[in-house]
Design a binder for this molecule. Structure first.
Ligand code: KG4
Ligand code: ZN
Length: 396
């Protein structure tokens, strides 16, 4: 089963060619372009710029991925005028991309893939539309079915990929019921999985996502976007040097009788703390040790809530596997705490995404389709191809 997968939900453009053979996923080609530097100056992702950057990068990345997969074959052929017009109408708001895709299809052989998988949501809608429209256009030009993939399902299944080398993954089997902790820049959720592909959300953030809180606190500390990894590095230095802040930040909703989260209050508490420190000493933040201590206290507060709520859900639902996904799953301190407070305490496996798979990428999107095909078989083409929209608020 060969799949071309596409991810454009936020600030990473990803295109992969994957081949699933039973419980193994082979990466035949993979390319990822990040817009991080583009957005760094704004301290967050700027949707209109993200959309333009995805559209500009799309065909170069497609070329790169197909080259890696040995599927880029020059072969001039005519595309009927009616098909060209339909591509132009699918990509109404991306006319340059439409022309590039038509030219690409006219000059290259149809690649040896069977399906196209594309993130249809959740995410930034203008960004999502670029991937969705390009996928639909390619589906038409190549006569291949196109399947919409939920980005969060991609983050879930990314943790099932166990690397055997840098291009081959074994798909991990796991015991049910399983629980997923999804932690990214846009989401903080606990999702119950009691059978393959059966997802039930039991809790989510009522305001900011945990990754968003990392990014916002990083900004307050004058650290560049995206702040998660930088806060984490400073916090680790504080721990290594035994630097402890003489102030305790709140652990919002840690004792609430539900599985919801809240990160806006924690973020505001950091804001007030910094304001008070600056009132006493205007150049307080020039002190690197102080930044390290604030990072440490913030990281520990943010992660303590995640781990504590996850542990409660594991007890209540008799969970036999914990799956963790999303950008914050790359956080070293979270990984350590999950090992101590979940894996060892409950004696259950904690599945975490490997290198390069926790933040946004297109391997997880192709994997989500392959996983669906393994468990549900090939869906009716007519029901999926073309008949879906980008949906910024899509839920699991
Ligand atoms: O999953 P992702 O790439 O994009 C979304 O779907 O949101 O997650 C990105 C988020 C950002 O907020 C980033 O700061 C955070 O994940 N992040 C981290 C770490 N690496 C990425 N947060 C804390 N520690 C990290 N090591
Ligand atoms: Zn994501």
């Amino acid at each position: 089963m060969k799949i071309l997968s596409i991810e454009t939900s936020c600030d990473e453009t990803g295109i992969s060619v994957l081949e699933g053979i039973e419980n193994t996923l082979h990466v035949r080609g993979n390319s990822l372009a990040t817009q991080m530097e583009l957005h760094a100056q704004y301290g967050g992702v700027f949707p209109a710029m993200a959309k333009r950057a995805h559209a500009e990068k799309f065909v170069p990345l497609l070329t790169e991925t197909l080259t890696q997969a040995g599927m880029l074959v020059s072969e001039p052929h005519e595309i009927p005028a009616a098909v060209q017009d339909e591509v132009r109408s699918i990509c109404t708001h991306e006319q340059e991309l439409a022309e590039q895709l038509i030219t690409f299809a006219q000059t290259h052989a149809v690649p040896d893939i069977e399906q196209i998988a594309v993130t249809s949501g959740p995410g930034l809608e203008p960004a999502l539309w670029v991937g969705v429209n390009a996928a639909k256009a390619l589906g038409l030009l190549w006569n291949k079915p196109v399947y919409p993939i939920n980005h969060m399902e991609g983050h879930i299944v990314s943790a099932l990929l166990q690397a055997t080398d840098d291009k081959t993954y074994t798909i991990t089997e796991f015991a049910y019921p399983a629980l997923t902790l999804l932690v990214s820049g846009g989401h903080t959720e606990l999702v119950l999985i009691d059978a393959p592909l059966s997802y039930k959300k039991i809790g989510k953030t009522v305001d900011d996502a945990v990754g968003e809180a990392f990014d916002k606190v990083a900004r307050m500390l004058d650290l560049p976007y995206p702040g998660g990894p930088k806060i984490s590095a400073l916090a680790a230095e504080a721990r290594a040097n035994n630097l402890i802040l003489d102030f305790t930040l709140p652990r919002p909703m840690i004792h609430a009788d539900n599985y919801n989260f809240s990160y806006s209050g924690l973020k505001t508490a950091v804001l007030y703390l910094i304001r008070d420190l600056k009132e006493k000493k205007p150049d307080a933040l020039q002190d690197d040790n102080l930044k390290k201590m604030i990072s440490r206290e913030f990281e520990e507060a943010a992660i303590e809530v995640l781990v504590s709520k996850t542990a409660c859900a594991i007890s209540e639902y008799g969970i036999r596997t914990l799956i963790v996904g999303g950008g914050v799953a790359g956080n070293t301190y979270l990984r350590e705490q999950l090992q101590i407070k979940i894996a060892e305490k409950f004696d259950i496996p904690v599945l975490l995404p490997g290198k390069g798979l926790s933040t946004d990428n297109s391997i997880m999107i192709g994997m989500a389709l392959y996983y669906q095909l393994l468990h549900r078989g090939i869906p009716d083409h007519e029901k999926t191809a073309g008949a879906f929209r980008a949906d910024g608020n899509l839920s699991i």
